[in-house]
Design a protein around this ligand. Structure first.
Ligand code: F6R
Length: 594
């Protein structure tokens, strides 16, 4: 969702630094962008669409700029609605991530006071409120009045928000946060700010992750931090990050999505080799808990659902599962003995963060399988297991999913006291993955895609642990190619969905070599009898299949190469239509609003 990048310091290339910072945040998903530069007065440049080949040569050379990529919530995708927004006088510019839920009431008040509000956004209301409070402030220095006005305005906002406000009179900025992520980077006589710490790594490793309810005032030389509610000064301690700047180019691949699909064997191998102690510790926590809840959203939710089957089958352990947005309604079940395992690539998904906070209130222990080091979820968790899948740049999640499956399989085998078996099937799985990713197989998938691309609907079935894989394959196809794909439990076919099957409708079935094979095959027969075009993803071919995609048997780990086939179908269905699978319409990489 919205990306934020700010620079204040000794370089007179602030606009370019911010522009490049925004480019590194592009993967979060956005539909317009803008930059405010201060050189005696604030100049704003805003554009609808992607940054593409744009430049900022037309902005003044200056040492202070703020930039924003907007993912529209309040107000359509227009230049006027893009951030930054100015107050009536042009003294303040604001960028914002989140939703000011009570903006209507504040707007009404401001309009009565003759503020000129030009956009449809909640954000613009915030900068006018700051202006209104600032104009009435007396006594203190301009810098203190600016900080105080921003603080008071921020405290009026209902909802989860991060705001950064530039003041042309004092050449400072103030940032406040309650919900959306903000990281501060400290350099020598220059300071940076971003919604994602990765964007700061090229400039500095001295990072501070702002906590909710904090407000900072920043000049090139100084950063002061305060409690946003009371205004009381706090001490600020920067951490030295040891992250390497992860390779974030596409290498030899035309898209990040394909690169990340091909990253998977290495990611899985690293997890098998490097996670021994973390797996032991984590499985002990599960063993000692009483009531364990897996929580995640989207693709991560499907990993959670797969986790319930994996733990049941391998370690005879019942784990509960809920999507993040629903978990808040189930917290009545939680006690201090409960364990929450939150799964998230970004560690910033607000529905997961909300869930975890509610569970904390109930005294539950919070753990996470998370990919982004330093993210909100990472910091909120009592115990975390880093997926180490590397930065995922394509909006469509791939390698974080299979990394989560790998960890869940290892945890379940560790819990069952059979970790060597778990590692061994995962090593075998790497061989099968190689076959799935080999040229012949890619050609086989591309050939199938030529048949599928003209279809309006695709149905996908699986049973047991292949059920979440069917759901995930459907999500990949929907997100990347915009073709309606629906995954469901094969047994549910006859309870309704079979009404949709008619001549030549593509029906994809996951049939691994497990106890689900026969029953799922029966589902294929039923669909075939109604004219369905059956695509079997299985360890062996069968006469009912109109098209066969092989995934050889590696026990429960077969779900990993099976999921990769789903990813490749999504990818090539997008390519066949000339779509950019890295940036699907309307989607954001980290979903930081409810
Ligand atoms: C699907 C996808 C989303 C995310 C979901 C959760 O390809 O990317 O469904 O999986 O928004 O995101 P994280 O894992 O960052 O919590």
């Amino acid at each position: 969702m919205c990306g934020i990048f700010g620079y204040i310091g000794k370089s007179n290339k602030a606009s370019e630094i911010v522009f490049n910072g925004l480019k590194t945040l592009e993967y979060r998903g956005y539909d317009s962008w803008g930059i405010a530069t201060l050189k005696s007065k604030i100049t704003v440049k805003k554009r609808v669409g992607k940054i593409g080949n744009a430049n900022v040569d037309d902005l003044p050379k200056s040492n202070f700029a703020l930039g924003h990529t907007r993912w529209a919530t309040h107000g359509g995708v227009t230049e006027v609605n893009a951030h930054p927004h100015l107050d009536c006088s042009g003294q303040f510019a604001i960028i914002h991530n989140g939703i000011i839920e009570n903006y209507d009431e504040i707007k009404e008040e401001l309009l009565k006071k003759k503020h000129k509000i030009v956009s449809d956004t909640d954000t613009e209301v915030a900068v006018h409120l700051i202006e209104e409070i600032y104009r009435k402030s007396t006594g203190k220095s301009k810098k203190e009045n600016f900080l105080e006005a921003t603080r008071k305005a921020f405290n009026r906002f209902v909802g989860l928000n991060a705001i950064i406000v530039m003041d042309a009179e004092t050449s400072t900025y103030v940032a406040a946060k309650n919900g959306s992520p903000l990281a501060i980077g400290k350099g020598s006589n220059e300071n940076f700010l971003a919604s994602d710490a990765h964007a700061l790594i090229p400039y500095t490793k001295n990072i501070y992750f702002m906590e909710d309810g904090e407000i900072i005032s920043v000049t090139p030389e100084n950063i002061s931090i305060f409690d946003a509610l009371t205004g009381r000064k706090k001490t600020l301690k920067f951490n030295k990050l040891t992250w390497k700047q992860t390779a974030i180019d596409k290498g030899k691949y035309p898209h990040f999505m394909l690169k990340e699909i091909f990253d998977q064997p290495k990611v899985i191998e690293n997890i098998i080799n490097d996670s021994k102690f973390q797996i032991i510790n984590f499985s002990d926590i599960i063993k000692n808990s009483y009531g364990t809840y897996l929580v995640g959203c989207g693709t991560a939710a499907y990993a959670c659902l797969a986790g319930t089957y994996i733990f049941s089958k391998i370690s005879g352990r019942h784990l509960n599962f809920s999507v993040g947005s629903e978990f808040g309604y189930l917290v009545d079940f939680l006690t201090p003995k409960s364990l929450v395992i939150a799964l998230s690539q970004s560690g910033e998904t607000i529905d997961v963060i909300d869930s975890v906070k509610k569970a904390k209130v109930k005294g539950a222990q919070i753990t996470s399988l998370v990919n982004s080091l330093g993210s909100t979820l990472y910091r909120l968790s009592d115990k975390k297991l880093l997926l180490n899948a590397g930065v995922e740049r394509a909006v469509v999640s791939t390698k974080a999913f299979t990394a989560k499956l790998t960890v869940l399989i290892l945890l379940a085998y560790q819990l069952a006291g059979k970790i060597s078996e778990g590692k061994s099937i995962l090593r075998e799985c790497l061989k099968v993955l190689k076959e799935v990713l080999c040229r012949d197989n890619l050609n086989r998938i591309r050939k199938l895609v030529k048949t599928l691309v003209s279809q309006k609907h695709i149905y996908i079935i699986g049973r047991g642990v292949s059920y979440p894989i069917a759901l995930e394959a459907a999500l990949k196809i929907k997100e990347a190619s915009y073709i309606h794909a629906e995954g469901f439990a094969a047994g549910e076919l006859k309870h309704g969905v079979i009404a949709l099957i008619e001549k030549n409708i593509p029906c994809i079935a996951f049939l691994p070599n497990d106890e689900t094979y026969g029953a799922t095959l029966a589902g294929c027969m039923e669909m075939k009898a109604r004219g369905g075009y059956i695509i079997g993803i299985s360890h062996k071919n069968h006469e009912v299949f109109d098209y066969y995609l092989p995934v050889y048997d590696v026990g429960i780990a077969s779900i990993i190469p099976s999921a990769v086939v789903g990813q490749l179908l999504g990818y090539y269905l997008a390519i066949e239509q000339g779509l950019d699978p890295d940036k699907p319409r309307n989607l954001a990489k980290s979903v930081t609003v409810r």
